[in-house]
Design a protein around this ligand. Structure first.
Ligand code: HXC
Length: 259
């Protein structure tokens, strides 16, 4: 779909996206790039990064891929330094790396719980913390969250706890870093989005159908919908928005599927 934003709204900006090699992270990377930003993507799998970088470059976007795991502080620092070395600065940090699997709480080990907290919550904090000195010149942070924890979700105790922590980080950093440095920190909470690991791995077909029927907008979301929200928050359009997590789900979280 065509973007409603002008093509140069992020001209001269530099964006770094964790989990930017696939899914929602990649789509955000592509749209930030199409609107003028240079892009660095971080991920654990080299072959995924390589093909994502080729795809971005074929769109005419200045893009690099840097391998790393957000759970590792040294990786976080190295990826940020590489971004600075390549592009000279950092304006937009998007934390979209996430871990997930469906498991009943009874069968989830404490280490399984910790693993997802480490990726989603600690990883987000680590990236923000390592990037702070560069973002002080007027940066923007966007944390990708979810709506699972607004109520309760089956077999997602670990992810719900992790995303609740992410939303809390968003508010705390927005308060401290917004006040001290003018850094805007916001989140996006996607609903079920077509063609993403979150949906194919976590939402069986019958549940997907129920969600579709329960949606105020009667459709699954597109990765594009999330990328447009990210553009709004990353650009001057979102200049006065700080500390919020924007729900982009067609209103699905408001209601449970009808019987
Ligand atoms: C139960 C599991 C498990 C599973 C891992 N564990 N998979 N427990 N069921 N399916 C447990 C392991 O037993 C182990 O605990 C611990 O977790 C660590 O497992 P590892 O395999 O060693 O971890 P690692 O290789 O680091 O991989 C972590 C990972 C990750 C979380 C499994 O690789 C992953 O899931 N990647 C997928 C990324 C993904 O799908 N992203 C999309 C997110 S979608 P023990 O005790 O045995 O040591 C999203 C949207 C949410 O976030 C909203 C949807 C609507």
């Amino acid at each position: 779909m065509e973007s409603p934003f002008k093509g140069d709204i992020l001209k001269g900006k530099v964006g770094l996206l964790t989990g930017g090699g696939s899914g929602i992270g990649f789509e955000i990377a592509a749209e930030l790039g199409k609107h003028g930003a240079s892009i660095a993507i971080m991920g654990r799998r080299k072959h995924v990064l390589d093909s994502a970088v080729s795809a971005l470059q074929s769109l005419g976007i200045h893009a690099i891929g840097v391998e790393g795991d957000v759970r590792n502080k040294e990786d976080a620092a190295r990826v940020i330094e590489t971004t600075i070395k390549q592009f000279g600065k950092l304006d937009i940090l998007v934390n979209s790396a996430a871990g997930n699997f469906l498991v009943p709480s009874e069968d989830l080990s404490p280490n399984g719980f910790r693993t997802v907290i480490d990726i989603d919550a600690v990883g987000t904090f680590t990236m923000c913390h390592e990037a702070l000195k560069y973002l002080k010149k007027g940066g923007v942070i966007i944390n990708i969250s979810a709506t699972l924890h607004y109520t309760a979700s089956w077999y997602q105790i670990h992810v719900s706890a992790a995303k609740a922590a992410v939303d809390s980080l968003t508010r705390s950093l927005a308060l401290e870093w917004g006040t001290d440095y003018g850094i805007r920190v916001n989140g996006i909470a996607p609903g079920p989005i077509d063609d993403t690991a979150g949906v194919t791995k976590l939402l069986p077909e019958d549940v997907r159908r129920q969600k579709q029927e329960a949606s105020a907008l009667y459709r699954m979301g597109k990765k594009w919908d999330i990328a447009m929200a990210a553009l709004y928050l990353a650009s001057n359009a979102g200049n006065y928005v700080n500390g919020t997590t924007l729900v982009v789900d067609g209103g699905i979280w408001l209601s449970k599927p009808r019987d």
